[in-house]
Design a protein around this ligand. Sequence first.
Ligand code: CU
Ligand code: CU
Length: 328
Amino acid sequence: MALNRREAIKRGALGLAGVAAATRALKGSEPKLHQAHQPGASAAVGEVTRAGIDPLVFLEHFDGGVVSRHPSGKTLRTYEIHAIDKEIEVAPGVFFPAWTYNGQVPGPTLRATEGDIVRVNFRNLGTHPHTIHFHGIHQARMDGVFEVVAPGESFVYEFEAKPFGLQLYHCHSVPLKKHIAKGLYGAFIIDPRTPRPAAREMVMVLNGFDTNFDTENEVYAANTVPFAYQKHPITVRRGELQRVYLVNLLEFDLINSMHLHGNFFHVYRTGTKLTPDEFTDTVMMCQGERHIIEFAYQDPGMFMFHAHQSEFTELGWMGMFNVVEQTA
Ligand code: CU
Ligand code: CU
């Protein structure tokens, strides 16, 4: 009988030790799920150290590019982005042959202010044709769809950053599903000219990996590494405004979500307005959908955040905020 991910879960192989075993099993040997069966376990054993990103660094890293003056007088932000084939660790001991921007999944979080000129020097150092398709308002020839960049070739994207909000970028080569599932995507923040209120800022790109190529995800995460923020909770100061740039790039599953414990958050849909659209503790997201969420904690302690799809949670999309006093 074919052993798939859902079957593995049904058999009680909770957590990524189970996924790793299931993956090994699928690669030809006999199913050995009983070895991985750990009642009550919901986090993987061991650390992911070769993911290509450090989730705690990625969380708060925003790339403003190299800044100079454009002939028009506007701010010019220049980025170097290379498509690179790279094997990344997506669960302890489980490697995935990713296609990456700059050797990392997600690609760097690009950041500009509305009205800036964004210039991206793109080189395809991979083995398949790729592009960078930016969400935003720009010319057709800068849309990263028609100008497919062959291996060894390059292309320069240049456009004005607009509208302000939380955008994204991803490869638009066909089959699109594959180029996204392989890891070619990232967040693209366009700040309003009048900045948002001061806050501690984070980016979470929701994703997953199909480690056995059956067009279903075996692992789920915020920022690639399953359970990263559960094992290493994100320290948050009590009372401080938190702003999370949340982008859903999960392939294969039609819907994803973000649920926060012990609190509610304001949702700014696509980040294109400065007034919140909703006050809730759970927001649903289709692929490509993104929101800015804002919240502050009034009490110290550990608070979970995770997908409200329990299955995704058990397979890695789970984290914790550790709320501490201001002085900490
Ligand atoms: Cu591609
Ligand atoms: Cu898109």
